[in-house]
Design a protein. Structure first.
Length: 499
């Protein structure tokens, strides 16, 4: 899969058409592969600059970046420094505070004092200060799993998967329905089989689709595509929620295939506790993305790879998460030693109560979350809320005192997304041109029109048809704002009544 910022789609004719790479893009794919290979031993900044030089000549800059994103998964970047950067910064800043740096000469004196304390040359210390920043890291190895043709095929598969992120329903016809159903069940999705003129069609949705149409299962649909694309003959149609507008995406075996190698491994887990936690946390659809086995952390002279990382979607902020459950004396000692030497990171540690080392973990400035049998997701979410409160406050401070969206109707989620913040960050922002109706902002003129058009005695189906004209899908919230309610008639429908 690619990140959503690299998605290339056409909306011509009201559809949703991924802009796939073609045979003519093979030379560009070869150049991207060659750029990584030619820059082994050089900094990430130099790799990025060389890739950026290709963008003006490409059909679209996102094509270059998409190829590069896939290649980077086979690239190894390392920090090279005479002194561990975290330690270099700490010692240098202490020296600067003692001296009181106000000029370039003071800075040089501070660096010289810190370098003498660390036993290195001042220039080596200066180079070490920020050697762990992404642009300064060194490309030490590049072992690509694809040739140019394989990269084209993987790009098209990844692009199609990304296009499914906002799907609310997927309909598939496949020459191997047994494998399709097996994949659907494995991903925790719901399905039904319909008979059509073209044959049997599998309709796939998420577990809560009965109550509302939702995009929260887009990642699962994207993973499903890989299983679908392995078959010889298939057709996939998907309904995409394109920022409130429903569009149709159609893919066939002519568009997408699976390269003959394993391009992106599905996450594996060391224990059932980890797998169970990952499944339950991901299902919550919070403002934190869960990543399995993130980048290594420096732990003294060695490295530690935490089990997970929680990445906040609206800021460059990560909380690492380790599940400590396997018991042997040597395992416990190893983990405690690692935690003692990890510096300058935020970490949560879920620890089996039977180990009795919660206080030792707290003493190492990491938050311990005790568990027995399985990790309580609520305990982890509560710990993340502590960070989230500060992050939301920072985002709120960066927003203006009031916002005036151009649209007559816009969801709070869409407005927050446009400003790169969470919905919570909008709580204290004035929205003088709109009224809040549930989780949607609506101009008073639209509310007045709806008050005239919706009236007691109308069927729920009629009301929803009217609301669709305005892009409103929260019928309950709109009715409440208009002093109406829905009188339900079983599960078959309802009628509007005055409150």
């Amino acid at each position: 899969m690619l990140t959503k910022d690299l998605l290339r789609v056409s909306r011509a004719g009201g559809g949703y058409h991924p802009q796939f790479a073609e045979r003519g893009h093979r030379p560009l794919a070869a150049r991207v592969l060659g750029t990584f290979a030619d820059h082994v031993g050089e900094s990430r900044a130099m790799v990025d600059a060389a890739l950026a030089d290709m963008e003006p000549d490409a059909d679209h800059f996102k094509l270059v970046r998409g190829f590069a994103s896939l290649c980077e998964r086979d690239a190894t970047f390392e920090t090279r420094a005479a002194v561990p950067p975290e330690r270099a910064r700490r010692i240098a800043f202490e020296a600067a505070e003692d001296i009181g740096v106000v000029s370039e000469a003071d800075r040089d004196r501070a660096l010289a004092r810190a370098a003498d304390r660390l036993g290195v040359a001042p220039d080596a210390l200066a180079d070490s200060l920020y050697a762990d920043r992404d642009p300064r890291q060194i490309l030490t190895d590049f072992d690509p799993r694809w040739d140019p043709d394989g990269l084209l095929a993987q790009y098209n598969l990844s692009l199609a998967q990304t296009a499914l992120f906002d799907a609310v329903e997927v309909r598939v016809r496949s020459s191997d329905p047994k494998a399709l159903i097996s994949a659907v069940k494995r991903l925790g999705l719901m399905y039904e089989i319909r008979r059509t003129d073209a044959g049997r069609e599998v309709v796939v949705t998420g577990p809560d689709h009965l109550f509302r149409r939702t995009r929260r299962y887009g990642t699962a649909f994207a993973r499903l595509l890989r299983s679908v694309a392995k078959t010889a003959d298939w057709r996939l149609e998907a309904t995409i929620d394109d920022r409130g507008t429903e569009r149709e995406l159609v893919l066939t075996d002519d568009d997408v295939g699976v390269p003959g190698v394993d391009p992106v491994a599905e996450p594996t887990y060391d224990s059932g506790v980890e797998a169970d936690f990952a499944a339950r946390f991901t299902a919550l659809d919070l403002d934190w993305d869960l990543r399995r086995e993130p980048e290594p952390l420096a732990a003294g002279t060695r490295v530690m790879i935490p089990d997970f990382a929680f990445e906040y979607r609206y800021a460059d902020f990560t909380v690492f998460f380790e599940i400590m459950g396997f018991w042997t004396p040597s395992y416990v000692e190893k983990k405690l030693d690692q935690l003692a030497t990890v510096e300058d990171v935020e970490m949560l540690v879920a620890v089996d109560e039977s180990l009795g080392v919660g206080e030792d973990i707290e003493a190492r400035d990491h938050r311990a979350i005790p568990y027995s049998g399985s990790v309580r997701v609520k305990d982890v979410v509560d710990a993340l809320r502590r960070y989230e409160g500060e992050l939301v406050a920072d985002a709120r401070d960066a927003l203006p005192d009031e916002l005036r969206p151009d649209a007559d109707v816009i969801t709070l989620a869409a407005l927050a997304d446009a400003h790169g913040v969470s919905v919570d960050a909008l709580d204290s922002v004035a929205l003088p041109d709109h009224e809040r109706v549930g989780q949607t902002l609506v101009r008073p003129a639209v509310v007045a029109e709806l008050r005239d058009r919706l009236e007691p005695g109308q069927s729920l189906a009629e009301a929803e048809t009217i609301l669709d004209e305005y892009g409103l899908d929260d019928t309950s919230a709109v009715c409440s704002a208009l002093d109406l309610r829905v009188e339900w008639e079983g599960l078959s429908g309802g009628t509007l009544r005055r409150k």
